[in-house]
Design a binder for this molecule. Structure first.
Ligand code: ZN
Ligand code: ZN
Length: 363
């Protein structure tokens, strides 16, 4: 993990001599703690990762997580009480002048605690941009885990297809999919599964409700598996029975927009130009203005892992970044279509990590 720590410091040029990534209680856990330590399970409430410019990383952990922390093979120090932990923090902060914190994830209460314990002369600086930039470019191990998360989700989706036309509700489809993903090796879903049937498909962030799925429904299913803390994020739109001409046209439009953006996902491309490829295509059809969200986002230890691809995005794509490519078209009262895949940027061009069939499925 030395290389990851060095990557973070490489994005800093202002003499930071220590970075502390300190977790509060669940759900206020900084996923960068897992990035820096390489740990891929455990909760680590109240625990810290201490990073120095030479690439070293040490862990302060509660006795509760001691065994889990050992798996990192990094130096660890264990505390058994709040007083113990305060003493440890004080010792570690001593002598440091410029201390980096991940303000994007650190809670205010934890920051206040750090500030009262740190030497009076110490200055805290926000290093969240550096952490984000380091995390955007995945190493081989991370790509491997995202690939596993994608494979589990793709396979589980294919397994539940026969279940959908059986008079079940959206919530039942979501539950079945999560169950399948866990049976297939996921540690859990990477976010709340969306099953938006009929008119509900027109709301991009609808989740899943009691509506019974009916013949003729177009259904937006947005799902992801978590594998050892790494996420996948996939959307497919299916139709129960034969698709109408309108449903086919909507799906075809989104599929063409997705493919147009995909071909632009090469090293050197700017985020907004990738977004524009899909948006221009949709805006040239009768669905102009119906693509109401950004094209995609980086994924990794978080489903939204730092950068986005949208009309104002200045991010420059680099090899080993992983972004979703997820255009959609939403017609209130009628329904929606979204197609989402996870794409690895490589020197040889873009590569789909999610593989389940992209064409409109008639169930
Ligand atoms: Zn999604
Ligand atoms: Zn997404």
């Amino acid at each position: 993990m030395r290389e990851r720590v060095k990557q973070i410091f490489r994005h800093l040029d202002d003499g930071v001599d220590l970075i502390v990534l300190l977790n509060a209680t669940d759900p206020h856990i900084d996923m960068s703690f897992f990035y820096a330590t390489g740990l891929t399970d455990g909760l680590f409430e109240g625990c810290g990762a201490w990073l120095t410019p030479d690439g070293a990383c040490e862990i302060t952990t509660s006795a509760l997580e001691e065994e889990a922390a050992k798996k990192s093979e990094l130096p660890i120090e264990v505390f058994r009480s709040r007083d113990d932990s305060t003493k440890l923090l004080r010792e570690r902060l001593k002598g440091h002048r410029k201390i980096g914190i991940n303000a994007a994830e650190l809670t205010h209460a934890t920051f206040e605690r750090l500030r009262t314990i740190a030497p009076k002369s110490a200055k805290f600086v926000d290093i969240s941009d550096a952490v984000m930039e380091a995390r955007l470019v995945k190493d081989a191990r991370e790509v491997e885990m995202i690939q596993r998360a994608c494979s589990i989700a793709s396979r589980s989706f294919e397994e539940i297809l026969p279940f959908i036309p059986g008079g079940v509700t959206e919530a039942e489809v979501a539950a079945e999919l999560v169950y399948r993903m866990q049976r297939n090796g996921a540690s859990g879903p990477s976010f709340r599964t969306i099953v938006g049937s009929g008119p509900n498909g027109a709301e991009p962030h609808y989740t899943a409700g009691p509506r019974k799925i009916q013949g003729g429904d177009m259904i937006v299913i947005d799902f992801g598996a978590m594998y050892r803390m790494y996420c996948s994020d996939i959307t497919r739109t299916v139709v129960v029975g034969k698709a109408s001409d309108e449903q086919k046209l909507m799906h075809d439009t989104v599929a063409r927009a997705q493919a147009a953006a995909f071909t632009r996902m090469k090293p050197g491309a700017r985020g907004k130009s990738v977004d524009a490829a899909a948006r221009t295509l949709i805006d040239g059809t009768k669905y102009k203005g119906r693509f109401i969200h950004g094209l995609g986002h980086s994924i990794g230890l978080a489903v939204h892992d730092g950068a986005g691809l949208h009309p104002a995005s200045e991010v420059i794509l680099k090899p080993n970044m992983v972004f979703t490519d997820e255009p959609g078209v939403y017609v209130p009262g009628f329904g929606g279509v979204r197609i989402e895949d996870d794409v690895l940027v490589t020197r040889q061009g873009p590569k789909y990590l999610s593989t389940t069939a992209r064409e409109l499925l008639e169930l």
